[in-house]
Design a protein around this ligand. Structure first.
Ligand SMILES: [Zn+2]
Length: 244
């Protein structure tokens, strides 16, 4: 359950993220009524098994059985905020009714890691990087965006607008850029490692240890880059959903 909102007096419009059909909006009829059979099932972040009835305009929920309600996440504000942030990203980055098994598995894995409190920060970062990759906006960290020369092993300023870094020789090429963020040498080393992994498209198990400094730095970069791309992405998703 990615999110839900009021739909008339008694119903909820629920966004499901399904393995087979991708992101699907469904109406949970009378879900706001006391003793509704859906009230506990459609809680945010729940992993559920559902049966859906086809409607003329909107499909509706027939059955909703909880498989995992992630009680530990929901009892801890920090974990909850991370869980909700993850599902919000899927809402914003993934278009409706398009199966996306990679992100489905990535979200499930991330929620499981939050629930078992296993490498939470690493898990959140890996989830966000996978989402960026699947959305087709994974940046370039190895070479200069302008001249294609290998970047030196040092701190660099990353610009969201160009999805990469200008080397020292090209630093004045894009003087009008302002979504810049400094990425530290160690963080860039890690991001290059991920870029190689993604390009090789081999199965990859994220188990890399990252120190606090690198984690903070990566989080700062992701915050800025995701905010920037989400704004552009949301417009294109809305357009895609509109025409499909
Ligand atoms: Zn250059």
């Amino acid at each position: 359950i990615l999110n839900h909102r009021d739909f008339g007096e008694t119903d909820l419009l629920v966004t499901l993220f399904t393995k087979s059909f991708g992101k699907v909006p469904v109406v949970a009829r009378r879900a706001k009524m006391p003793n509704s059979k859906f009230s506990s099932g459609v809680q945010l972040l729940n992993k559920v098994k559902v049966s859906i009835g086809r409607g003329r305009n909107l499909d509706h929920l027939n059955e909703c059985e909880i498989i995992d309600s992630f009680q530990i996440i929901k009892s801890n504000l920090t974990l909850l905020s991370k869980g909700l942030f993850s599902s919000e990203l899927v809402v914003n980055f993934i278009q409706d009714r398009t199966p996306n098994i990679q992100i489905f598995n990535a979200l499930e894995q991330n929620l499981n890691n939050l629930e078992t409190q296993k490498n939470i920060d690493q898990s959140m970062i890996w989830f966000q990087l996978q989402l960026i990759n699947v959305s087709g906006v994974f940046p370039e960290f190895m070479v200069c965006i302008n001249c294609n020369e290998n970047l030196k092993r040092k701190d660099h300023v990353f610009y969201s607008e160009i999805g990469g870094i200008n080397c020292d020789n090209c630093i004045n090429v894009n003087a009008d850029l302002y979504h810049g963020v400094t990425i530290l040498e160690d963080s860039l080393g890690f991001l290059r490692h991920i870029q190689r992994v993604i390009r090789s498209s081999k199965p990859y198990f994220f188990d890399k240890y990252l120190d606090d400094n690198t984690l903070n730095d990566l989080n700062k970069f992701l915050r800025i880059y995701l905010t920037y791309t989400a704004e552009r992405q949301m417009k294109s998703i809305k357009f895609l959903d509109l025409v499909n």
